[in-house]
Design a protein around this ligand. Structure first.
Ligand code: DAH
Length: 357
């Protein structure tokens, strides 16, 4: 009796399983697969050899071989899954973005964050100085009737002083002419009216805000600019109080080497009136082109409240007196930051805006 072709099947299966176990990569598995389970494989060769067996033996051997083939195929498929998983892990590993490296080596631009503009910053610095001196801060409308912008300030219609302000008219209608305020002085009138209505005198206030004039912009004029107005109404106020407030403000805002002086001037709403000048911030008083070699720069106007203004708002000029002043916020920014051209303030050139942050 010839020995069964499957005599060594157990041993051969073990060899096949150990070959499968030693396949190290997916490529090696794919390459080895035909020789393990394909037509030329040992298992297929054994299958063919069963033809020579007796039918009963053939059936039994066939079942045995089938079982061996299943074991080998399962081992192969399990090994394939293992190797595929390993390949995926390797792939992920090599695809992973190392953000630490990226951040270290790449140029990362900082986010550009906005900031208050030069005028807003200057305005709040000015407010701080006056609040420190005991003033409150008030607000007024930018669109005013002719009465607030002119008449109550002792500038009647057709008064030649109206020529001091090139006015934007909003409405020439009856009964009221409406204008864009040419200065912050009309806010004085609102404050005094309110104080009379509430019986809340005295007043010590500053009023910053935007003003408008029909000017063609040039290096020192804008059609839209900012002023800060000051108003004190109290008992026994004198010109010395006005001079003291101006001088204290000047040193606090511009620095202790900058001083102020008052020069006679004319404004319809103050009597006497004075222009106030401060030491030129460019040459520190030595004389330069900006100050026309005088050592002084004009900053604003001021004076003692004219009795006609007190009368217009119903304040008794026998009991109360006061002073007012007004000057340009833009001009302060220009002087402190030595800007040669005011138009830089309205052009929104981001290089300028960033420089002034
Ligand atoms: N309103 C004036 C102007 O814009 C400046 C001014 C002068 C304001 C005298 C005052 C003042 O309060 O008393 O030209």
């Amino acid at each position: 009796m010839t020995s069964s072709p499957l005599a060594r099947l157990g041993e051969q299966t073990t060899d096949l399983l150990s070959t499968i176990g030693s396949l190290a990569t997916l490529d090696a598995l794919i390459e080895a697969e035909p020789s393990l389970t394909g037509k030329r494989s040992l298992l297929s060769t054994l299958q063919k050899s069963l033809g020579s067996l007796e039918p009963d033996d053939r059936r039994a051997a066939g079942a045995q071989l089938q079982a061996a083939r299943r074991v080998v195929e399962e081992a192969l498929s399990a090994r394939r899954s293992e190797l595929e998983r390993a390949a995926r892990v390797l792939q992920l590993e090599s695809d992973r973005l190392d953000l630490g490296d990226v951040v270290d080596s790449a140029v990362v631009h900082a986010l550009s964050v906005g900031h208050p503009g030069l005028i807003a910053t200057t305005q709040s610095q000015l407010e701080d100085v006056f609040v420190g001196m005991g003033f409150t801060v008030a607000d007024g409308p930018e669109v005013e009737s002719d009465w607030y912008n002119f008449e109550a300030l002792n500038i009647p219609p057709a008064h030649p002083a109206r020529g001091m302000w090139d006015t934007f008219y909003v409405d020439l209608g009856e009964p009221e002419t409406v204008v864009l305020r040419t200065h912050t002085s009309p806010t004085q009138i609102h404050l005094m009216e309110e104080a009379v209505a509430r019986n809340s005198l005295p007043i010590h206030s500053v009023m910053p805000g935007r003003c408008y004039r029909r000017d063609t912009p040039d290096a020192s004029h804008l059609y839209s600019f900012h002023q800060i107005e000051g108003l004190v109404v109290d008992r026994g106020i004198t010109f010395a109080d006005l001079a003291g407030v101006i001088e204290t403000f000047t040193r606090a805002y511009f620095g202790s080497d900058i001083t102020s002086r008052l020069r006679p001037a004319y404004f319809p709403f103050t009597e006497p009136s004075a222009e106030f000048e401060v030491t030129c911030t460019l040459c520190r008083g030595g004389g330069c082109r900006t100050c026309s070699f005088t050592g002084w720069l004009e900053l604003g106007g001021s004076g003692m409240l004219d009795p006609a203004v007190l009368e217009a708002v119903g304040i008794d000029g026998e009991e109360w007196s006061g002073f007012a002043f007004g000057f340009g916020i833009d001009r302060c920014a220009q002087m402190r930051h030595q800007l040669t051209d005011m138009r830089a303030l309205i052009e929104n050139d981001t290089r300028f805006l960033e420089q002034m942050s």
